[in-house]
Design a protein around this ligand. Structure first.
Ligand SMILES: Cc1ncc(COP(=O)(O)O)c(C=O)c1O
Length: 511
């Protein structure tokens, strides 16, 4: 039914002590609302009786006001149905209220810790480019592969039987069935089995980071970060007043031995696939990091955002699986396997922190939406998730290989990092190539979007020079043809490009 079919209650207010008549007050307010668009054309108004009761005025006052506005052309009436805002306004004589500029009040407090950015596009993906544009944004899954049929089926099944779940708040820590399903998944995929009671469901890793910031950080506290690192983390920590201490990464991941001595509240790291560089934290560094945490009393936030995609046989164990001192908080997400639009992630905490984390989740949103949790739990329990993972691993490996081949074909011997897993690789540009920013700008008019680490959501403070020589390529949402077309277009912007764009079939080296 269209919105005009239901009468709307309009929040008018009249003053019985005003020098303006009650009838006029109603007319002025209705005219204003029609003219500035708050009341859409064709909207059905409440009846004279209801409006009179709402404003505590006589029926006649409202009747006369409505009649006045009908005669001016603002309202229309239909015998059978009631009074409407006119479907076309009178061309002349529409009363337009003067636009009021809000006056900034210098005495008003600004936020105590304003977010360190004003543009959400600085962390999360820009809008998906339209009209055949090719976007190498890292970390985006292919919408064409979302399991719509299975998801719709499970959603329907659970809606049939939803009882009070759609109307009541749920457990702040999350739906028990989903926590159990995640515990089982981690036991299979990451070789550690937390109790379901250690898991708190969050709106993606991003909310888990904000919860961790509230749990462990206060103004002036130290958070040790990889350099470069994921902006979503550094911004979350800065927004509660933390000081960031940045530690370089090399081929073995974060240089643990370079973490300065001194108190630190936490360290945030991406050991399975360093963001954005793609390195895997070596086993010796894993041990060293855990020893550092045990010594310093700091917590480790292990962001395992894309670890479901390992292209080599035996991934290194998660830090959480090696933790003997209860210092690791493991962060997982369904954004990369299912899609970021679900906003579904989780944190695995030492038992003594679970209630506190759930309490902070309560302050953010009381609890996570039930329907998405119960459907996800079933999707895992039915085996569909494991099947999807197997299929996607294969598929992503092929897309990665396509990208590698296309880059080699057009640019020769390229040096890529991060080939062993995940959804993105990093190309270290040879000296003779233009900078990452220049390439980004040259490709954009062709509808090809490539990104420097900074532009793809990495915090590059302290490694700005590196930023100029790297391009981050996400490949998970692009088909083979799109990848080749995109790299061909990129090549056409540089003098190093070859003119022959036939795909060649050489074997792609694995890292
Ligand atoms: C390293 C890293 N961590 C966390 C996230 C956020 O994931 P979520 O969608 O679960 O909030 C991303 C997003 O791309 C990421 O790249």
């Amino acid at each position: 039914m269209s919105e005009t079919e239901f009468p709307v209650q309009i929040p008018l207010a009249v003053s019985k002590t005003s020098s303006e008549s009650l009838q006029n007050q109603i007319c002025i307010q209705l005219r204003e609302r029609v003219a500035d668009g708050r009341l859409k054309l064709g909207t059905r108004l409440t009846s004279i009786r209801e409006m009179a009761a709402q404003l505590d005025v006589s029926l006649n006052t409202v009747r006369l006001a409505y009649q006045q506005l009908i005669s001016e052309g603002y309202l229309e009436t239909s015998e059978a149905k009631g009074t409407y805002v006119a479907r076309a306004l009178p061309e002349e004589g529409v009363y337009l209220p003067e636009a009021k500029e809000a006056e900034p009040n210098p005495d008003r407090h600004t936020a105590r810790f304003p977010p360190p950015f004003r543009d959400p596009g600085r962390i999360i993906a820009r809008q998906r480019p339209q009209n055949g544009a090719i976007d190498f944004w890292a970390g985006r899954t292919d919408p064409r592969s979302f399991p719509v049929r299975e998801w719709r089926h499970l959603t329907n099944v659970h809606l049939q039987d939803s009882d009070a779940n759609m109307t009541d708040y749920g457990d702040a820590a999350g739906l028990w069935e989903l926590r159990e399903a995640i515990a089982d998944h981690l036991a299979r995929a990451r070789s550690f089995r937390p109790g379901p009671e250690q898991i708190v469901i969050t709106a993606g890793i991003q909310e888990a980071l904000s919860i961790a910031a509230r749990l462990f950080l206060k103004p002036g506290a130290t958070a040790v970060m990889e350099a470069p690192c994921y902006k979503g983390a550094s911004y979350a920590f800065q927004s509660v007043g933390a000081e960031l201490q940045r530690v370089a990464v090399d081929e073995e991941g974060v240089c643990v031995e370079r973490i300065p001595a001194g108190p630190a509240a936490l360290t945030y790291i991406t050991p399975s696939h360093q963001y954005p560089m793609g390195h895997i934290l070596s086993m010796s560094r894993r041990h060293a990091l855990l020893e550092w945490a045990a010594r310093s009393g700091a917590y480790i936030l292990e962001d395992d955002y894309d670890s479901d995609f390992r292209f080599q046989s035996s991934p290194l164990p998660a830090l959480a699986s090696m933790d003997t001192s209860g210092c690791v908080i493991y962060l997982g997400t369904f954004s990369k396997v299912m899609g970021a639009g679900l906003r579904l992630g989780y944190m695995v905490l030492p038992p003594e922190l679970v209630d506190m984390a759930a309490s902070i989740k309560t302050l953010f949103s009381f609890s996570h939406p039930w329907l998405v949790q119960v459907v996800m739990a079933d999707f895992i329990d039915s085996g569909d998730y494991a099947k999807r993972l197997r299929r996607m691993r294969q598929d992503r490996m092929q897309r990665r290989d396509s990208l590698h081949r296309a880059l080699q074909h057009h640019f020769g011997d390229v040096t890529l990092r991060g080939l062993s897993g995940g959804m993105h690789v990093v190309w270290h540009l040879p000296q003779e190539m233009p900078s990452s920013l220049a390439l980004q700008q040259a490709a954009e008019p062709l509808g090809i979007y490539v990104y420097s680490p900074e532009a793809s959501g990495a915090d590059v403070s302290g490694c700005e020079a590196l930023n100029e020589r790297l391009l981050v390529f996400g490949y998970a949402s692009l088909s083979n043809e799109e990848i080749w077309k995109g790299i061909r277009g990129l090549a056409s912007t540089t003098t190093r490009a070859t003119s022959d764009d036939r795909p060649h079939q050489e074997t792609v080296p694995r890292s």
